[in-house]
Design a protein around this ligand. Structure first.
Ligand SMILES: [Zn+2]
Ligand SMILES: [Zn+2]
Length: 349
């Protein structure tokens, strides 16, 4: 099989050929038809996250090289281990839940595999989807997506699920509870599309780019704002009373600070983005305004099933994707790194 692999952190992806593996036990071999390119693949290729004044978070220990990135994978079942044959058939098409844990610890048993301390995440810890084939350890990670197009379905595994998991943490909001979505890139736009179905209210999208704000309006945002405009924070709070919920899909020091500053009393900020940086905050604001800051990492397997059921029913409308040949995997990561991408890119082998 042909795979584009990280062979040295910071270098280009290597175009490699290897023996196509044969599934055993509960394993399922998928022939990949689509794999979304995600900004976190850039970090995986680079080998670190920027932690601002705290330096860098080294990923080299958790990412064994050589490793095939790509975690938004969909394709067709082409071979099954004996123990998987009752649950799936050759020819079935599925989208992969990639946030796989050890499968045996208490965290995994509770359904939160994405938080397992011994992760086997596809495209992060084990080989993923920048390839023509991928091995999945068990049929339970394979979810139907029909009647959606496969190039859209794959994007639900990370950008869709990440948006869904973050919005779910805000619970149900009412008409008078402003929801702000910071960053209308790939994941942020997914959140704009999902917001009303998940929280009950449409989101207000905050982005420094006018193109992204326009895309957010097209995707169903209630309103947009430019957080870099003079007095953006004060005007928002004056006009709305402050946000009940904010999801920060950028994750920079500036975006998180903006999200924190626009919260109303009792409001919650959920940080999702991995841009990097560090945040210094006035501690008395926590007790006096009873605000919450929490993180959100992708989503659980039960959440993925819930999301795919909603998506298959046509609740969210189509995802705008640009398809590119798998040959362009490395160039695509540079485009993502340099901010030359709006919306989702899906690689097709
Ligand atoms: Zn991702
Ligand atoms: Zn586990």
């Amino acid at each position: 099989m042909r795979s584009f692999k990280v062979t040295a952190f910071g270098g280009a992806l290597a175009d490699t050929q290897s023996e196509t593996p044969v599934p055993t036990g509960t394993q399922v071999l998928l022939k990949i038809a689509a794999c979304g390119a995600c900004h976190s693949d850039v970090h995986i290729r680079d080998g670190f996250f920027d932690l601002g004044s705290e330096g860098r978070m080294d990923l080299s220990r958790g990412v064994p090289l050589p490793m095939t990135p790509g975690h938004e994978i969909a394709g067709e079942v082409v071979a099954l281990g004996d123990a998987a044959a009752e649950m799936l058939s050759v020819g079935d098409t599925r989208v992969v839940y990639p946030w796989i844990g050890c499968g045996t610890c208490e965290t995994c048993a509770s359904g939160d595999e994405q938080l397992c301390r011994k992760p086997r995440n596809l495209g992060v810890n084990v080989d993923g989807g920048y390839s023509d084939h991928v091995m999945v350890p068990h049929p339970r990670y394979l979810v139907p997506f029909d009647p959606m197009p496969i190039t859209e379905a794959c994007t639900y595994a990370c950008s869709g699920l990440t948006a869904f998991g973050a919005l779910k943490k805000l619970g149900t909001l009412g008409e008078g509870d402003p929801l702000v979505i910071i960053g209308a890139g790939g994941v942020g736009l997914a959140a704009v599309r999902l917001a009303e179905s998940v929280t009950g209210v449409a989101g207000i999208a905050a982005d420094i780019s006018s193109d992204s704000r326009e895309a957010a309006m097209m995707a169903g945002a209630r309103d947009v704002l430019d957080p870099s405009a003079p007095d953006a924070m004060r005007n928002f709070v004056k006009g709305t009373g402050g946000a009940a919920g904010v999801v920060d899909f950028v994750g920079s020091a500036e975006s998180a600070r903006f999200g924190f500053d626009i919260l109303r009393k009792g409001g919650s900020l959920v940080i999702v983005g991995l841009f990097g940086g560090s945040l210094v905050l006035p501690v008395p604001h926590f007790p006096l305004r009873e605000v919450t800051i929490r993180g959100s990492y992708v989503g659980s397997l039960p959440e993925f099933h819930e999301l795919m059921d909603l998506a298959r029913s046509g609740r969210f409308g189509p995802v705008a994707v640009e398809t590119r040949s798998l040959d362009q995997a490395d160039a695509t990561l540079y485009d993502l790194k340099d901010g030359r991408v709006s919306g989702r890119i899906v690689l097709v082998p």
